[in-house]
Design a protein around this ligand. Structure first.
Ligand code: LLP
Length: 385
């Protein structure tokens, strides 16, 4: 159940994103506690959700920031994240974005290609600065997740191929305005099988041994994000298993003396605290099935249409023990892909005006909203309003 009050429902136009800030804070406390056990550093991935109210809570719990655009760097700074806690990745950083990040003196760039290294060096030189750079390596480890959110296999655009790494480190050392700080990895998102993280560690151990033999020792290793959440049963597992996640790295990564270990969690921090609250516009009888047409659409939450993602859908106006029947739950957008779920068991009494919650929408929900069909951007509300 979501922690919304009857008053909040009565007063508010739908659809809107609703955030349970108490759950967010609990999640953060657990993540920080488990990371501290191993002296791991956390940078929250703003791409998952950059809502200023949430950023403030995340910053207060002491996480750093992981950004993928100049605007995200600015949003992190504006929310009070110390510049020294900000890392910045992305295959296509523009000159303007690089300049901004240097100006702000962020902790480090996660650099993805040779031409990018040259451009960062040139811009840093012109500004009289030194850019700290970690090299993003594509370790060719399959994350066994949806192919749109797999990033660490050779066919993906991300990172340096392992074979180029030594040359890339040497280039960093030659360039006068670059300080090489270490290695960065991120193999994918919504990973629910911890053996993927163990395989990643083994691959990183191998890569690290290879370059250490040539005297190249990374002072930090950043493992990116990727820990999955339970979309099927968010109430059973509202907080992801950070303990097992970090333990996998503590057990399998051969950390070198004095080496810093970093992570960039996005989804596991914010996914479960958010719901998209929407109202039933119509219940429609199709030829062989019934449709529930909501006032939220794929422009508000694109994950089901884009990744075939399943989110739990609940009628929060109905009584708990109503008999159920299957419905296709769709939005008003003029596309057949505007469908949140097929044959979803929902109360037979479902009718126009009922409130629905689409659960686990805190990550990659609000941030991916669009104005398609000229629909408005849904506002956000918070459990402590
Ligand atoms: N670090 C890097 C370099 C990343 O590319 C990502 C996510 C993260 C960290 C955070 O990963 P997380 O902890 O959230 O798994 N829109 C898709 C997910 C795209 C993920 C992109 N990169 C979705 O809705 O499933």
């Amino acid at each position: 159940m979501i922690a919304i009050t009857a008053r909040q429902l009565r007063e508010i136009k739908t659809p809107f994103y609703f955030y349970d800030v108490e759950l967010l804070d609990k999640t953060l406390q657990l993540a920080v506690r488990e990371a501290k056990r191993h002296d791991f550093h956390l940078h929250y991935a703003l791409k998952a959700n950059a809502n200023p109210r949430l950023l403030e809570i995340i910053r207060e719990r002491g996480l750093g920031a992981d950004c993928v655009s100049g605007n995200e760097v600015e949003a992190a700074i504006k929310s009070g994240f110390p510049a020294g806690s900000i890392v910045y990745a992305g295959v296509g950083k523009s000159d303007e974005e690089i300049r901004l990040a240097l100006q702000q003196e962020i902790s480090c760039f996660n650099c993805e290609s040779f031409p990018e290294l040259e451009v960062i060096n040139d811009i840093a030189g012109a500004m009289g600065k030194t850019a700290r750079v970690s090299l993003r390596v594509n370790p060719n480890v399959d994350a066994h997740t949806h192919h749109y959110i797999t990033t660490g296999v050779e066919e993906n655009k991300f990172g340096f191929p392992v074979d180029d790494l030594e040359q890339a480190v040497n280039r960093c050392r030659e360039l006068p305005n670059i300080e090489w700080t270490g290695l960065h990895f991120h193999v994918g998102s919504q990973i629910t099988d911890t053996s993927v993280f163990r395989s990643l560690c083994e691959r990183v151990n191998e890569i690290q041994r290879g370059i250490a033999a040539r005297g190249l020792v990374p002072s930090r290793v950043n493992f990116g994000g990727g820990l999955g959440v339970d979309y099927d049963d968010p109430d059973a597992r509202p907080v992801p298993d950070f303990a097992a996640y970090f333990q996998a790295f503590a057990d399998s990564f051969e950390r070198l003396p004095g080496q810093q270990v970093h992570f960039e969690p996005g989804r596991p921090v914010v996914a479960q605290c958010g719901s998209l609250v929407t109202r039933v516009l119509y219940v429609k009888e199709g030829k062989n099935k019934k449709f529930i047409i909501l006032d939220a659409g794929m422009n508000d939450l694109i994950r089901p249409a884009l990744y075939q993602a399943r989110h739990r859908i609940e009628n929060i106006s109905a009584l708990l023990d109503e008999p159920l029947e299957p419905y296709d739950v769709v939005g008003p957008v003029c596309e057949s892909s505007d469908c949140f779920g097929k044959a979803v068991p929902l109360p037979v009494t479902t009718r126009r005006g009922d409130f629905f919650a689409i659960r686990s929408c805190g990550a990659y929900g609000e941030v991916m909203a669009s104005r398609y069909n000229l629909r408005p951007i849904a506002p956000s509300r918070f459990s402590n309003d």
